[in-house]
Design a protein around this ligand. Structure first.
Ligand SMILES: [Zn+2]
Length: 273
């Protein structure tokens, strides 16, 4: 699933490519991914200009001149692609025809992803109003993180990192990498963490997510960016998807796969305590 670094990459590419362009037509070959009536959706989007791009957690926002906002959740396997209109459409579910000969296409072979159109303050919509803090924002400080953990002492740290209402944008790949960076075992209850371990997890969140954005995200299964290119961070993964390989710290240990918080979880049992 695309996580914060992948979605942030697409957001930055959208800022470079589509802001200021007019949406001259909208095609909806598969209406189930659009969460309002198709006729209404097409009527309200057609003829608007893209005025800005946003991201919150794993959600992409495209602000329109009408005051409405397009909200995209890519879920497990969704892609947002920018390409010339004459390139074959490859089973896109929603196509925004732009006034420069290009199209913005939403494509999800699994059909779990969706598009909504929100009027008014998008941050009060159900998708955005219950999210935890953005981990790279100035508001998310070490003190804030420590207080958040103190309120959930019995919860496993990995489960908390995956919980979008606790902290926004982290999924299974980066939770594993952050806890490896911090040398903390993913099943540890938050209440058992020392001040030093909390500091290392906080630092890991900031460092790992920033590096992954700089490498344009991770492509393990299906993620590609706005231009159809894969992310590079897969080359830097230390534990996630690395079962059986030597530990990335050269500790002489081997990465193993276990289950924590209901998810396949990769750890070095020698480094992570
Ligand atoms: Zn190790």
């Amino acid at each position: 699933m695309p996580e914060l670094p992948e979605v942030e990459t697409i957001k930055r590419e959208l800022e470079q490519s589509v802001v200021g362009l007019k949406i001259v037509d909208v095609e909806v070959p598969v209406s189930s991914v659009v969460k309002i009536p198709t006729n209404d959706f097409v009527r309200r989007v057609r003829g608007t200009t893209i005025t800005g791009i946003g991201r919150r957690a794993k959600i992409i926002l495209i602000h329109l001149s009408s005051g409405d906002t397009l909200l995209f959740h890519l879920k497990v396997a969704g892609n947002l692609l920018y390409m010339p209109a004459d390139v074959e459409k490859e089973k896109a579910q929603v196509i925004f025809v732009l006034n420069n000969g290009y199209e913005l296409r939403f494509r999800d072979p699994r059909l779990f992803g969706y598009v909504k159109l929100i009027s008014g303050d998008v941050f009060r919509s159900p998708e955005l109003s219950r999210l935890g803090p953005e981990p790279l924002s100035d508001q998310f400080t070490l003190d804030t993180f420590r207080e958040m953990l103190q309120r959930r002492p019995r919860s496993q740290i990995k489960g908390l990192l995956l919980d979008q209402s606790f902290i926004a944008g982290i999924g299974n790949i980066y939770a594993d990498e952050i806890l490896f960076y911090a040398r903390v075992y993913p099943a540890r209850p938050a209440g058992s963490l020392t001040d030093e371990e909390i500091r290392r997890i906080y630092e890991g969140i900031r460092v790992i997510l920033s590096r992954a954005i700089a490498e344009r995200g991770t492509s393990i299964i299906s993620y590609i960016d706005l231009y159809g290119k894969k992310g590079n961070y897969g080359n830097f993964l230390k534990v996630h998807y690395q079962a059986g390989k030597p530990c990335g710290n050269d500790c002489a240990g081997t990465v193993v796969k276990i289950k924590v918080a209901g998810r396949g979880t990769y750890v070095c049992p020698d480094c992570q305590k």
